[in-house]
Write a protein that binds this ligand. Structure first.
Ligand SMILES: NC(=O)c1ccc[n+]([C@@H]2O[C@H](COP(=O)([O-])OP(=O)(O)OC[C@H]3O[C@@H](n4cnc5c(N)ncnc54)[C@H](OP(=O)(O)O)[C@@H]3O)[C@@H](O)[C@H]2O)c1
Length: 329
């Protein structure tokens, strides 16, 4: 029987999510990859238990995570049943709907019909009565924003989610839906966006600053650019890497000489700081204190331990900041 480590809250830092009462761990674990029907179940269990043993209280899912779509939620449901479930009140579990999930006109985007049905399916797959955060996964250009907002508000009122999040909404889209949520008193607390040293859209579109000033939490996904911002690809492409095991989202073509040169230079700086490159890349995301949580993925428990270790050094002096900007330029 699994018993969580008593020391699990000793080292993790918890950040307030926007202006809400909810604290999220500085590092959260996402189950997008390596938790599908093609993954190794024992490895999944080990990753989730290692995460929780080290203070990662937040597990992020979506209806379509797999492959096959839905299987990551099913496997997480099995993990809850096997071990983590006895700690349900110490866990923040999120799921999302917004991408293509089932055939026909009701299995995608942002209608009330889709969002309500999808969350019901997710709850069944995970064996849960409620999720802590339910996200609209991406903006829908064709459904009235007010319908999506009202559907999410109704979901909270039905008791099936405690808080509402949005994902992949830019600053203007965030302002628009936040206004609707405010009118209804919806507990909208967070936007989930891609952010790493290589992808800095939330700086460019102004969301990073806007969210910090307006009490909206930000959780950032693909902080390692799916593994590129680590030592994973410095000496060729490992057979067990994301590029080889699932080339749909991180393609070999992304590993260019130019990218490798940057990664090598960043790796040298990380060594000077006494960190792995993955640790430095994660620490860089929370350098200014305005990001609520860094949402990592992993293929092993060892990677999770390495990543949590970033908390030992999250400070960057001006010289290091300048060096990073020079390398990335
Ligand atoms: N809202 C959205 O639209 C959206 C989109 C994408 C992701 N997400 C969320 O964000 C989560 C994280 O995304 P991501 O998996 O792309 O994040 P990531 O942290 O950028 O990439 C994770 C991958 O990096 C490698 N890695 C992790 N730690 C490492 C370490 N210490 N040393 C070397 N390599 C390491 C592993 O690759 P290998 O597998 O090669 O070992 C791992 O699978 C997802 O699970 C999901 O919850 C949300």
């Amino acid at each position: 029987m699994y018993i969580a480590k008593e020391t699990r809250y000793d080292k993790m830092k918890y950040h307030r999510c926007g202006a809400s009462g909810l604290l999220l761990p500085a590092v959260s674990l996402g189950l997008w990859h390596n938790f599908g029907s093609n993954g190794n179940f024992d490895n999944m269990v080990q990753m989730c238990e290692t995460a929780f043993d080290n203070g990662i209280t937040h597990f992020d899912l979506a209806n379509n995570y797999g492959p096959v779509a839905g299987s990551a939620e099913e496997n997480f449901g099995r993990i809850l049943e096997k071990s983590l479930g006895i700690y349900r009140d110490e866990l923040i579990i999120s799921t999302k709907a917004g991408y293509d999930m089932w055939p026909g006109p009701y299995g995608n985007w942002g209608s009330k019909k889709y969002l309500v049905a999808s969350l019901d399916q997710s709850l069944r797959r995970m064996g849960l009565e409620y999720v802590d955060i339910f996200y609209h996964h991406r903006p829908d250009p064709n459904t009235p924003l007010a319908e999506t907002a009202r559907a999410l508000d109704g979901i909270v009122r039905s008791g099936k989610a405690l808080y509402i999040g949005i994902s992949n909404y830019n600053k203007e889209q965030t302002i628009a839906i936040a206004g609707l949520f405010q009118e209804m008193g919806t507990p909208f607390i967070i936007n989930q966006r891609k952010y790493s040293m290589f992808v800095r859209d939330i700086e460019k579109d102004g969301l990073k600053d806007y969210a910090a000033w307006n009490g909206i939490g930000i959780i950032t996904f693909s902080p390692l650019a799916q593994g590129l911002l680590s030592d994973r690809y410095l000496n060729g492409i490992p057979e067990n890497s994301r590029v080889r095991t699932d080339g749909r989202f991180l393609k070999e073509a992304a590993i260019t000489q130019e990218t490798l040169n940057k990664v090598r230079a960043l790796n040298a700086l990380a060594k000077e700081r006494g960190q792995s490159l993955a640790q430095m890349a994660l620490a860089w995301i929370i350098r200014d204190g305005d990001i609520t949580s860094v949402l990592i993925g992993a293929s092993s428990a060892a990677q999770i331990l390495d990543n949590v270790g970033m908390l030992e050094n999250t400070q960057f002096c001006q010289e290091e900041r300048d060096t990073i900007e020079r390398i990335l330029a």
